[in-house]
Structures are given as C-alpha cells and as structure tokens.
Design a protein around this ligand. Structure first.
Ligand SMILES: NC(=O)c1ccc[n+]([C@@H]2O[C@H](COP(=O)([O-])OP(=O)(O)OC[C@H]3O[C@@H](n4cnc5c(N)ncnc54)[C@H](O)[C@@H]3O)[C@@H](O)[C@H]2O)c1
Length: 294
C-alpha cells in the first residue's frame, strides 16, 4: 500500500468511537444505511426491528456480535423498547445514541379521506411513529441520566412533518407530532446535557416509499425521476439516498453537533423551502418561461 494511503486510513476520523447506539427500524432502508455508517465510524450497535431475517443478516454484515446485536423489537411494545435499550447496556456497557427511526407509512386500512379515516389506522400509525419514538426517548434518557452520559437522541421525521399532501392524514399527523416531541424533550433533557433532534428527509426509495404504489393505482415509482417531489429539486433532482440521510444522522449523533438540540435537520434539496406544487418564480426564469424586467 502507498504510504499516503496508510496515513489517510490511520487518520480517518471515527466520529462515534467508543460510543454505543440503538437504532430502531434499523434492519432496512434508512436505518440499515445508518447502522452501516455508525459501525464504520467506530460505534457498537443494537439494531432493533421486527424484520428478524434482515436484522440478523445486517448484524453479521457489520461485524457480528462483538460489534452489533440484532434484537427483535416492536416499538409498539414498551417492553420491547426496554429490552433493546437494556441490550445496549448488558452487551456493550453503555448507551450514547438512541435513534428512534422505525416508522410506517400506512396500516391495513388506508383511506383517501378524513371522512372515511378509520380510528384503527390512526391508532396504528400513532403507536409506531409517535408512541414508539416517545417511549424510546423515555427509556434511553433514563439510562443516559443514570450513567451520566451526555447522549444524543434522534428521531426520524419527514418532510410530511412540514407540508401536507405528500401522504395520507395519519402519516402527516404523526410526523408533525415528531417535531413537537423533539422540542419538548430537548428542552427538558438539556439539563442533563442530553440532546434531542430529528432528521427530516424528503422521499427516499426504500420499501416504505415503494409501498405507496400498492395504494395509488396510477403512481408507479420506477426510478428516481418518477418520485413525487423530486421534480422540484432542480439541480438536486437526484433521488435522496438512504446513505445521504445516514450522514445527517451521523452528524447529529456525534460530538460534532454538541450544541445542537431541539432541531429538525431537513434533508430535502430545498423541496420544502418553496410553495409545493405552486408558483416557483426561479423555475420559470431558468426555463425562460417568464422574464425579469429590472
Ligand atoms: N422512505 C422515505 O421516503 C422516507 C422519507 C422521510 C422519512 N422517512 C422515515 O424514515 C424512517 C425509516 O423508513 P424507511 O424509508 O427506511 O423505511 P423501510 O420500510 O425501508 O424501513 C423501516 C424499518 O422499520 C421497521 N419497522 C416497521 N415497523 C416497526 C415496528 N413496529 N417496530 C420496529 N421496527 C419496525 C421495518 O421492519 C423496517 O426495517 C421512518 O420513520 C419513515 O417514516 C422515510
């Protein structure tokens, strides 16, 4: 190997060296990309998910039980969340990062209208997307406070936490709730030096997003260009990748963001900065469809 390459490898920063993280919904998609990036940055991990096959495969891929443990955890169950958090402590001795990432887009009874929305659908999304994240914060913060760890807690929100119309009502409602959850917990836990933030991505081609096709007959997500929202991103047209979202999670998990708390880190290539589906004067100027007269 070239001497320069050795220097480069040995000086590569491991942003989560000696840290222990739990990632819910970590077996696939954004959570799996985050697990890989956290492990390559020196973290030891607990992947908590309901997909046992993918979880076990990822545990082996990122280094096996010395580095990563998969635990079956349905975030709808408080006992499962407690078990996931306890696994971090029993296997790796501490908890520094809790990433409440598990989420669902729809349940079994999706409805296109508020007037026909089933209470069971709202309850299901609330249980996974909001209650699961709130209980994750509860049990992670207990351990961090006990251990005097100034940890970092993350949740995965969505651009649906800021704008309506990208998903059905229960998803939009529950993702908006994540912003409130993060703010109120950040305010309380700042006393202990524990930070609480969320990552707020636009559409990412994961199983979750592709499941949209099951419910919308005329929407086929074939490639990055046919994803709703991506046409508004102009130069950032390329579809957001799970790895891009993982990098934002790494920043918020690491000490590089040590004074950032109560924050929503939006990862959407400016999508939510404009009037969604409405007037975009810059697009019109760039295409020559409208002219600026000084
Ligand atoms: N994909 C997108 O376009 C997008 C955009 C913004 C935000 N998000 C959010 O990102 C997060 C991850 O989604 P993704 O796109 O990677 O989806 P994904 O479907 O690829 O992964 C979600 C993971 O969560 C797990 N999971 C589902 N229910 C669970 C439960 N009750 N308990 C524990 N684990 C459970 C699944 O088994 C899966 O491994 C979600 O919170 C989602 O709302 C996704």
């Amino acid at each position: 190997m070239h001497a320069g390459a050795i220097l480069f490898l040995s000086s590569r920063q491991e942003l989560l060296r000696d840290k222990v993280a739990v990632i819910t919904g970590g077996a696939n998609g954004i959570g799996a990309a985050t697990a890989r990036l956290f492990a390559s940055n020196g973290a030891r991990l607990v992947i908590a998910d309901i997909d046992d096959e993918s979880g076990a495969r990822l545990e082996a891929e990122v280094g096996g039980p010395a580095v990563c443990r998969y635990v079956h955890c349905d975030v709808g169950s408080e006992a499962d969340i407690v078990r996931a958090v306890r696994t971090a402590v029993s296997e790796f001795g501490r908890l520094d990062v809790m990433h409440n990432n598990a989420g669902v887009l729809n349940g079994r009874h999706p409805s296109p209208s508020i007037s026909s929305m089933e209470a069971a659908e709202l309850d299901f999304l609330y249980a996974v997307n909001v209650r699961g994240a709130a209980l994750g914060i509860k049990h992670a913060s207990r351990v961090m406070i006990e251990q005097h760890v100034q940890g970092s807690i993350l949740c995965t929100a969505s651009v649906s936490a800021m704008v309506a119309g990208l998903a059905l009502h229960p998803y939009t409602i529950t993702k908006h709730a994540i912003l409130g959850l993060v703010k109120t917990c950040a305010l309380e836990l700042a006393h202990y030096g524990i930070r609480v933030n969320c990552i707020t991505p636009n559409g990412v081609l994961t199983d979750l997003l592709c499941s949209v096709g099951r419910h919308l007959r005329h929407l086929e997500i074939r490639d990055e260009k046919s994803c709703p929202g991506s046409e508004n991103c102009e130069d950032l047209r390329k579809m957001l990748a799970p790895e891009d979202v993982a990098k934002a999670a790494l920043f918020l998990a690491s000490d590089d963001s040590k004074y950032i708390s109560g924050h929503s880190l939006v990862i959407d290539g400016s999508f939510s900065a404009g009037a969604v589906g409405g007037l975009n004067v810059f697009k019109g100027l760039q295409r020559g469809e409208i002219e600026f007269v000084p």
